[in-house]
Design a protein around this ligand. Sequence first.
Ligand code: ADP
Length: 450
Amino acid sequence: MFKKILVANRGEIALRVIRAAREMGIASVAVHSTADSDAMHVRMADESVCVGPPSSTQSYLSIPAIIAAAEITGAEAIHPGYGFLSENANFVQVVQDHGLTFIGPTAEHIRVMGDKITAKDTMKKLGVPCVPGSAGGVATLEDAKALGKEMGYPVIIKATAGGGGKGMKVAQSAKEMEQAFQTARAEGKSNFGNDEVYIEKYLTTPRHIEIQVFGDGKGRAVHLGERDCSLQRRHQKVFEEAPGPAISAEERARIGKVCADAMADINYIGAGTIEFLYENGEFYFIEMNTRLQVEHPVTEAIFGVDLVREQIRVASGLDMSFVQEDLHINGHSIEVRINAEKLPNFTPCPGRITQYHAPGGLGVRMDSALYDGYSIPPFYDSLIGKLIVHGRDRPEALARLNRALGELIVDGVDTTVPLFHQLLQEEAIHTGDYNIHWLEHWLETRFGDA
Ligand code: ADP
C-alpha cells in the first residue's frame, strides 16, 4: 500500500480523499494556488505545496507543477478528485512516465470514453443500449439536416469533446438546425478545442439514471446500482438520489449486469459512471465518466462502502474489498449541491463566510470545506458543500433533508439552500414524479426568465 498520496484538487473533494487516506494510514499532500493558502484542504492534509497563482490553468491544471509537488514531497500516487485533471489522459501518461501511480483508470480508457463518439461506439459493441443517432460524427449542415429529417425532430447536436453541459444544442425543427449545429460546433471548438459534433434523438421526458461501476483492472467488475439525477438546471445536476424512485429491482439488476460485464470486458480499473437517459422502461447510454462523481456519496450511503478507499486499494494493486454478491441496498439517500450562488439567476456569489454551522445527527453527512471566516475565492467552481442524508426509505430521507437544511447556517454569501427549502414543498419531489425538464419548467414558472 502507498505511504503517501498527493491530492490534485481543492474544496470538499480534496477533503474527501484526505479523509479516506488518513483512515487507511496513508499520509496526504495537498496542492493549492496562492488564492487557496487558507483553504481547509491545506489545513487538513499532512503537507501542502503551493503550485501556482489563482488561475487554475496555472495551478490546479498545471501538470509540471503537480508532478513537481509529488516529487518534492515523495508522494507515490496522485488522486485527481473530479474536474481539473481527473479525465485528462495526457496527465495520466505523464504521471506514469514519472514512476508515479494515477489513482483512476488507464489513459486509454479515459481517452476512449472522453470522446463521446468513440465512447458510444465502444459501449454499443459491448452490448450497452444507446440513444438512436448518427453513426459517428456529422461533418456538414446538409448531412445534419438530412439526418434530422430521417430521425424526426427534435434532435440534439452534441460536441464529441463536450462536457459540463457545454456544446449541446437542441433543434426542434429543420429551421432550428442551422443555428443549433453551428453553435454546438463553435462551443465544442472554443471550450474543448474540437468542433466535431454528432446527433442524437432528443428524448422529451427521460429521467437521468446513472450506474456506478467499479473494476479491479484484472477482469473483475461490479455495479453499485443507480443514481437518479433528473433534477437539473442547464444540464447540471442539483439534487441526486439513490436508489432511483422509478427503477425496479429487476431493471437495476439487468442494466447493472450489462454495465458490470462491459467493464469486466475492457479490464476497467477504479470507479466509473455509465450515464443513461431512461424513458418508458428503456435505458439509453449517453456518456461515461471515468472518475469519481460529485454525487458518489449517495451510493456510499446505501451500500455502506467507501468508494475512495476502494479506488486507492485497486490503484495499489489490491483487490476490491467486495464482490457483487456482497452489495446490498440499505435505505435511501439524497444529496443536494450547495452552491455559493444568488437566486433566481444562480449568479456566482463568492465572499467571506461570517458564520458556518453544519447540520448533524443520524443519517446526515455534510461534505464541505467551509469554516467560519473563510473567504470563498472567485476563481473556481461555486460548489461549496454537499448535504447528504440517509434514511430507511425515501420519505424518511426527505424528512431528514428538510430537518438538516433547517440546521445548516451559511452566512455572508448567498447560497442555493433556499431553492431546496422551496423544492421540498413540491408534491412532485415527494412522489418522485419528474423528468430531466421538470426543474427548468418549475424555475421558469416561479421566476420567469429572470
Ligand atoms: P455533459 O457531458 O455535458 O454532461 P451529457 O451527454 O452527459 O453531457 O448530457 C447531460 C444532460 O443533457 C443529460 O443528463 C440530459 O439532461 C441532457 N441530454 C443529453 N442527451 C440527451 C438526449 N439525447 N435527449 C434529451 N436530453 C439529453
